[in-house]
Design a protein. Structure first.
Ligand SMILES: Nc1ncnc2c1ncn2[C@@H]1O[C@H](COP(=O)(O)OP(=O)(O)OP(=O)(O)O)[C@@H](O)[C@H]1O
Ligand SMILES: [Mg+2]
Lengths: 266, 261
């Protein structure tokens, strides 16, 4: 005979069950309310969707190769904007990252200020930053670079500070015990612990920024987004198809290499 | 020679780590410090290379009071004292050679070390040190690819590369299994004898203390409560040092088979 028994099921209290049921009910209620509220004219919407889909989708799927040169140049600009922006952020985030790390700034208060600055920066969406910089420096790619840079500092600074806070001080102590001086300790004790992770995060952020910078052009901050805007306004769906294809290829390739490089360095 | 004269240490929070310590450690001795957790073993050992600074008394190393040392003097002191830690404290992402060469930092110019331009002799010395602890085949492996025992041997090689006159080891085998513990202690003992390096080891396993030490110092609550040759020590002595009966977990146990170095 088989005498194996299963472990008892975890006990769920009545209260928890009621809570769960309530949450489900509330969510359903919100959905119903929303859909009733927006008064969609379902028949018209459906008709338009089916009509447009019939026209747009086939065109998207047959890209206009004659635009290849223009699209490539624009895509390249997008990549450069992302690269320059991330690069700037990766460097500017260094002091902020150290400031926000409690074990470096030496005081909870200063680290708190650093963390607060970083979250304040993170609160701005990239597009808003791009609009601000277009106003400030004009309709060009430099506005895009600045928008990407500022947008990335918040996240990189926060991740840097976490890396710095996780430094193993025992290794630093072991270096001190060999009679190494401060600069040697920096190079042999601190940097090997933080550089690979800093780099890895910067590369990861570059991945994100490629995607972010492809829409910056919508507000005039350079890159392929400008072409998206024109193509959409002019209903050039064949051209749009090529643009989307370019973005998909570039993002995929960069994600692939970024993942490999990051696995190597950490 | 290391000499403690009325050395006391009070931590900033008021804890007395050391109380009026008077002891002399002669050149070439292999001393094991034993005592319960919190007895002050680490504080004692870390005073010698000034990772902590005693707050009273004089502490002589080679007849100079090291308690006043700062800056360059302090670094010079540290270059002649190698230290081994419980958790090896290697840079995990660096390879074994780079970790071992870190032992040369105190003897290498800042610029040279930043660019990794070690002298040929230093690299040869690092390789030689790795061979002595039988781990030369891992020279280009990353430190985190090694087992605990192997990492501890690398950290011994790092200390050897430092060419110290003293070796301090703070619980070097506490994270290792019995056979590996014996292996590591055997290497330390061998180096002590061959190079005549004064060695001070903190241990809390009494059987290991008796097996490897020339001399045993017992500590309790920041004070030295026993000091004598290992040959004079038995379980009774340990019961006095610990202030309680000896238990199973005070013993490391026999190594079934110890790889002979
Ligand atoms: N940095 C510190 N600040 C305050 N008190 C400390 C500090 N380091 C150690 N102490 C205290 O000093 C006493 C001696 O500690 P020490 O670490 O020297 O003991 P130990 O014998 O090495 O113990 P263990 O076997 O647990 O390592 C303990 O009471 C400990 O709590
Ligand atoms: Mg200790």
């Amino acid at each position: 005979m088989n005498t194996q028994t299963l472990p008892p099921k975890p006990k769920v209290s009545i209260w928890k069950k009621i809570k769960r049921a309530l949450i489900v009910l509330i969510i359903i209620a919100i959905y119903v309310w929303t859909f009733v509220g927006i008064e969609i004219e379902w028949d018209r919407a459906l008709e338009r969707i089916s009509r447009n889909f019939g026209v747009v989708i086939p065109k998207l799927l047959s890209p206009d190769w004659s635009q290849l040169g223009k699209v490539s140049a624009s895509m390249l600009e997008t990549i450069f904007i992302a690269f320059a922006g991330t690069f700037m952020a990766a460097i500017l985030a260094l002091p902020l990252g150290f400031l926000a790390a409690q074990n470096m700034s030496g005081s909870k208060f200063i680290a708190g200020i650093g963390k607060w600055i970083l979250s304040a920066i993170r609160a701005f969406p990239n597009l808003i930053l791009a609009i601000l910089f277009v106003v400030a420096v004009g309709v060009n790619a430099f506005a895009g670079v600045l928008a990407i840079a500022i947008g990335s500092i918040g996240m990189l600074g926060k991740l840097y500070s976490e890396v710095v806070e996780s430094i193993d001080m025992k290794i630093v102590e072991a270096m001190e015990a060999t009679g190494a001086n401060k600069i040697q300790i920096l190079f042999y004790g601190y940097l090997p612990q933080i550089i690979p992770e800093f780099l890895s995060y910067a590369i990861y952020r570059f991945e994100i920024d490629i995607r972010a910078s492809s829409i910056l052009g919508l507000v005039g901050a350079g890159g392929i987004g400008t072409m998206i805007l024109f193509a959409a306004n002019n209903r050039e769906w064949n051209e749009m198809g090529l643009i989307l294809l370019a973005i998909i290829i570039v993002v995929t390739v960069i994600d692939f290499f970024s993942a490999r490089i990051r696995r190597k360095i950490v | 020679m290391i000499e403690f004269k009325n050395v006391g240490l009070v931590y900033p929070n008021g804890t007395e780590g050391l109380k009026n310590i008077n002891v002399k450690i002669n050149d070439g001795e292999f001393v094991v410090i034993v005592g319960l957790s919190g007895a002050g073993k680490s504080t004692f050992i870390r005073s010698i290379n000034r990772l902590v600074t005693p707050t009273s008394g004089t502490l002589l190393v080679d007849n100079e009071d090291i308690l006043q040392y700062r800056g360059k003097k302090l670094r010079e002191l540290r270059t002649k004292i190698g230290m081994i830690f419980q958790n090896y404290n290697l840079v995990k992402r660096s390879n074994v050679l780079k970790n071992v060469l870190a032992g040369r930092l105190g003897h290498t110019g800042t610029l040279r070390s930043i660019f990794g331009m070690y002298k040929k002799e230093d690299i040869a010395l690092a390789y030689e040190s790795l061979k002595r602890v039988n781990i030369a085949d891992k020279i280009y492996n990353r430190a985190d690819e090694l087992s605990g025992g192997q990492q501890q041997r690398v950290s011994i090689a790092r200390v050897l590369t430092q060419k110290p006159s003293y070796i301090l080891a703070d619980e070097p085998v506490a994270s290792l299994d019995p056979p590996t513990s014996h292996q590591v202690m055997t290497y330390l003992k061998k180096i002590n004898k061959e190079d005549n390096i004064t060695t001070i080891v903190n241990l809390h396993f009494i059987d290991m203390a008796m097996e490897y030490a020339d001399r045993i110092i017992g500590m309790r609550a920041g004070e030295i409560v026993f000091d004598g040759p290992a040959s004079e020590v038995n379980e009774k002595t340990f019961e006095q040092i610990y202030g309680r009966t000896i238990r199973e977990d005070d013993l490391r146990g026999e190594a079934e088979k110890v790889e002979q170095p």
